[in-house]
Design a protein around this ligand. Structure first.
Ligand SMILES: [Mn+2]
Length: 359
């Protein structure tokens, strides 16, 4: 038996999960991976990360041996392709295996880069589900708690907002993340207690359904305060909005305040109760565009007249018809940006659904 064959025959000892730190989907996907590790009697470790930190996250895998590396809720784009491929190749040469489960847009090259790895990598990308649902189906299809975690993630990722525990969890993740960033603490360390109790006991581990609040009283208080503060900021942001109709489609642009996510603002402005300012009622926008201080754009639709992914494409981005992201670039004059965006969207109307079907 050659040395190579010996390595190949060796059994996997542990699972290393790399997942998205930003939302409930990434967290639930990692919790399902942790349940899988436990079921298989393998050690478990996790790294939660975000776009922009892939170099650091994947540098961690080069030290792994005999490990199943499961990446969830993270898309691989051209900027990181080479670094990620090199790091994973190194790990695979040390008897690791790679499973990548995601629901974002991938290029053919990126899929090929992962499939080219040795030791039969698994790549499952499906846009119809959230990442936790894919992890549930692929890794733990008969596990009730994993199914429950997948349902919670779906509720937040598809913006259904029908499960109160899922809403609270979304805010808890934001509170913990922003807190860790402020104190320069490690985000994975900060989120790990929440992640592990989700993994061990499902949503019942963190949510008290009798009292209708998070079990951790301090966290519940922080979430309550965070929501109040957020609502105040969002009301103020809405007061400064711009509205314009393009071809009978109402496009609304709002600047995102710090500490508020696109999803927060999208949910807030989808509720007609919040669309009242000084006695004046505003209609729901067909397309809501959020602009962050860093010049990033978020797209959320209020009606099926609009294709967010097509609008995002015009601004170097992409996503789904109901939610997408793009980039405007740094700016200092919000009104001027609005005029510019309206101008761009008037010239190229491919984002209006009925224009699409006419082509
Ligand atoms: Mn997701």
């Amino acid at each position: 038996m050659s040395k190579k064959d010996e390595t190949r025959g060796k059994k996997l000892q542990s699972v290393f999960s790399i997942s998205h730190d930003k939302d409930v989907d990434g967290l639930c996907a990692a919790a399902i991976v942790a349940r899988y590790a436990k079921q298989k009697n393998l050690d478990f470790d996790v790294l939660l990360t975000d776009y922009g930190s892939f170099d650091y996250a994947f540098s961690k895998v080069t030290g792994l041996r005999d490990t199943l590396i499961v990446v969830t809720d993270l898309g691989l784009d051209a900027n990181y392709l080479e670094a990620v491929q090199n790091a994973l190749s190194k790990a695979v040469s040390q008897n690791c295996r790679v499973v990548w489960l995601d629901h974002h847009q991938w290029s053919k090259e990126a899929i090929k880069a992962i499939l080219q790895l040795d030791r039969k990598p698994v790549v499952k990308i499906n846009h119809d589900f959230c990442a936790a649902e894919i992890a549930y189906k692929v890794l733990m299809p008969r596990d009730i708690i994993s199914g429950e975690l997948a349902a919670i993630a779906h509720d937040t990722d598809f913006n259904e907002r029908a499960i109160p525990a899922a809403n609270a969890l979304t805010d808890a993740v934001s509170v913990i993340r922003f807190g860790a960033i402020d104190r320069r603490h490690d985000i994975t360390d900060a989120l790990k207690p929440l992640l592990m109790s989700l993994s061990e006991n499902g949503i019942a581990g963190v949510w008290d359904s009798k009292r209708n609040q998070l079990r951790d009283n301090l966290l519940a208080k922080q979430v309550h305060h965070y929501r109040k503060d957020k609502a105040k900021k969002m009301r103020k942001a809405f007061a400064g909005h711009c509205d314009q109709e393009i071809n009978d489609v109402l496009v609304r642009i709002v600047e995102i305040p710090t500490g508020v996510t696109t999803t927060d603002l999208g949910t807030y402005l989808a509720d007609s109760e919040n669309l009242e300012l000084e006695g004046k009622k505003y209609p729901l926008a067909d397309l809501l565009i959020t602009l962050s201080q860093g010049g990033m754009l978020g797209f959320r639709r209020g009606s099926e007249k609009v294709l967010c992914n097509e609008a995002a494409k015009i601004f170097k981005g992409g996503g789904h018809p109901y939610a997408a992201g793009g980039e405007y670039g740094l700016y200092d004059d919000f009104e001027a940006v609005c005029a510019d965006i309206y101008n761009i969207l008037s010239k190229d109307q491919s984002w209006i659904a009925e224009k699409q079907s006419q082509d």
